[in-house]
Design a protein around this ligand. Structure first.
Ligand SMILES: *[C@@H]1O[C@H](CO)[C@@H](O)[C@H](O)[C@H]1NC(C)=O
Length: 559
């Protein structure tokens, strides 16, 4: 195993940077004492012994994914690690020990070779269609674009070494080969709250009766149909992924990565199976509790911290001055509200017109016909900080997990119109938690919208419940970001932390699910049953025989 102190000069440089940073803080203290300085110095030194070279792979070009995952690389850099990130998003002011390798920023629709569709139409796609067309179709293309990016190829040619590779788990498996290239442990991280196939890979219980597949739209998982659909789709996805999609990713490895490898890598399946850690975007205080192996860690809320209310001045004023509160509308970074069909748009506008509240809406066009006086639109809105404002009454959203977590964190009730992926699922959980309501896209009209909004705005139970969930969402031994840092550094300290991985990985599924045992037990029961039946038959036969001889004897006697 390689040690994780890559370059002592680098470590010392970082220690000095941090000491200087801490000194400027120290000078602000009124009673600074030498002993405190020494203590701080010692802590800094202790925490820097572990400076490592870390490669972070966030190749998916969706802004919401980046918003969620960017704190990981930045925080690692802040802690003195040398971070290299493959990404489509450039930081404005990155730290010096944070190198960005830019991939070509191409829209999924360009990759698929078509026009960007109106994303609201995705509401009609089944989970199967969504996987086939959008996830597998689109993400394969994305992976190809990322692998073929000039900066990525130049980077791979270089003679770099890494102690750890952290990658988003989102249908770009060929990149996992880099963990093999650099002989480094692999840490995976998701933006969604569950990863059913990873359960198969790592030997984590599937819990099909209580944990819903991440992209299924099920109202009642516990019903017989619900559990059937969950089990069926889990198998469907797993087999198509393993035997079809992963094969296509293997081909990408051949085409784009093989030239940078010195030996034949293990299969992508095995690389993923042997990942040291999976960090998932959930927390039991909102999601349902689930059994998780020690190397599957909940980091839901990782991108959230108390807002430092850095709202732009104009927005700050609008929010501050909203006497009756604010209705905040944002369907996320991928969906464009301005693409709403005319009748649905009119429904929204007519309802908003009647409200006393100010309405703040992410609207992607300059034009807005018949704009009500209480409506403010912007093409992009700093959502985290808006939701932190005390005047927000309700968040009208599409139910994407990231926005939902931002609302939960700030105790804001939600009206959700789910369109695709995990949004339906998220809204079912929001309803069950009593902190909002789902409004299905096909049901949007003036009536439904008005009723739901008035209910949420004027019925305090939603707000009170939202505050309660917010309190428990934040009540943890460590912040989610610190939790992620702890486990990432744990993997570094224990060099892959192989001992955390379940022995189930090396068992055949037949043995893991105890099918051999059940077979033996059932066979024994059947054999015993047969023996009992034969025994009974035999006793019957013997007794019949005895009866007959008795009768014969009696006949003979009578004669
Ligand atoms: C930090 O990582 C980059 C690769 O992006 C590498 O070129 C550089 O040498 C590393 N620095 C140290 C001090 O290891």
């Amino acid at each position: 195993m390689r040690h994780i102190i890559p370059n002592s000069a680098f470590v010392i440089k970082n220690v000095i940077i941090h000491i200087l940073a801490h000194f400027s803080v120290l000078q602000k203290w009124h009673q600074k004492t030498v002993s405190i300085s020494v203590l701080v110095l010692a802590t800094i030194l202790a925490s820097h012994v572990q400076s490592a070279n870390i490669l972070v792979i966030l190749t998916f070009t969706s802004k919401s994914h980046y918003i969620l995952l960017r704190p990981i690389g930045l925080e690692l850099a802040r802690r003195g690690h040398n971070v290299t990130i493959i990404t489509a998003f450039k930081e404005i002011d990155p730290p010096p020990n944070y190198q960005e390798v830019m991939i070509d920023d191409i829209e999924v629709w360009d990759v698929l070779g078509g026009e960007r569709p109106n994303i609201f139409t995705m509401v009609d796609k089944s989970a199967e269609e969504f996987h086939e067309k959008v996830l597998w179709g689109g993400l394969y293309g994305f992976t190809q674009v990322a692998l073929n990016s000039t900066e990525v190829r130049d980077f791979l040619k270089k003679d770099n070494t890494f102690d750890l590779v952290i990658s988003e788990l989102f249908f770009q498996e060929s990149f996992y080969v880099l963990a093999h290239k650099y002989k480094a442990p692999l840490v995976l991280v998701t933006t969604f709250g569950n990863c059913m196939k990873q359960n198969f890979l790592t030997g984590n219980p599937l819990q099909l009766g209580t944990v819903v597949f991440e992209y299924l739209d099920l109202i009642d998982l516990t019903s017989l149909w619900g559990r059937f659909r969950n089990a069926y789709f889990t198998m469907y996805e797993y087999f198509w992924w393993k035997f079809w999609y992963l094969e296509k990713q293997e081909q990408l490895v051949e085409t784009y990565l093989a030239e940078f490898l010195t030996d034949r890598p293990p299969s992508l399946y095995d690389i993923q199976k042997n990942a040291s850690l999976l960090m998932i975007n959930r927390h039991f205080s909102f999601h349902k509790p689930a059994a998780l192996l020690p190397n599957i860690v909940e980091i839901g809320g990782i991108h959230l911290s108390q807002s430092n209310s850095s709202l732009p001045k104009d927005l700050q004023e609008i929010l501050d001055n909203a006497e009756h509160g604010v209705v905040y509308v944002n369907f996320g970074s991928n969906i464009r509200s301005s693409e709403l069909p005319a009748n649905k748009k009119t429904a929204f506008i007519n309802v908003f017109k009647k409200l006393k509240q100010t309405v703040l809406w992410k609207w992607e066009e300059d034009q807005f016909e018949d704009k009500p006086a209480n409506l403010v639109t912007r093409k992009w809105l700093p959502q985290k900080d808006i939701l932190a404002h005390p005047n927000i009454k309700v968040f009208i959203a599409h139910g994407g997990l990231i926005g939902i977590q931002e609302a939960i964190f700030n105790g804001v009730p939600i009206v959700g119109v789910p369109i695709y992926a995990d949004q339906f699922n998220n809204m079912v959980q929001i309803q069950q938690a009593g902190i909002g309501k789902m409004l299905e896209y096909r049901d949007i009209n003036e009536n439904t919208l008005e009723n739901i909004l008035n209910d949420i705005i004027y019925n305090d139970t939603y707000k009170n419940k939202a505050k309660e969930v917010s309190r428990r969402f934040k009540d943890r031994p460590m912040t989610p970001l610190d939790t992620a840092m702890f486990w990432i550094e744990y993997v570094l300290r224990h060099k892959d932390a192989d001992f955390m991985k379940s022995p189930a990985r090396d068992m055949s599924w037949f043995r893991y699910f105890m099918l051999d045992l059940y077979t033996v037990v059932i066979t024994i029961i059947i054999v015993l049953a047969i023996l009992v039946i034969i025994g009974i038959r035999l006793i019957k036969l013997i007794s019949e025989y005895l009866m007959k001889t008795q009768q014969l004897c009696m006949k003979i006697k009578r004669l």
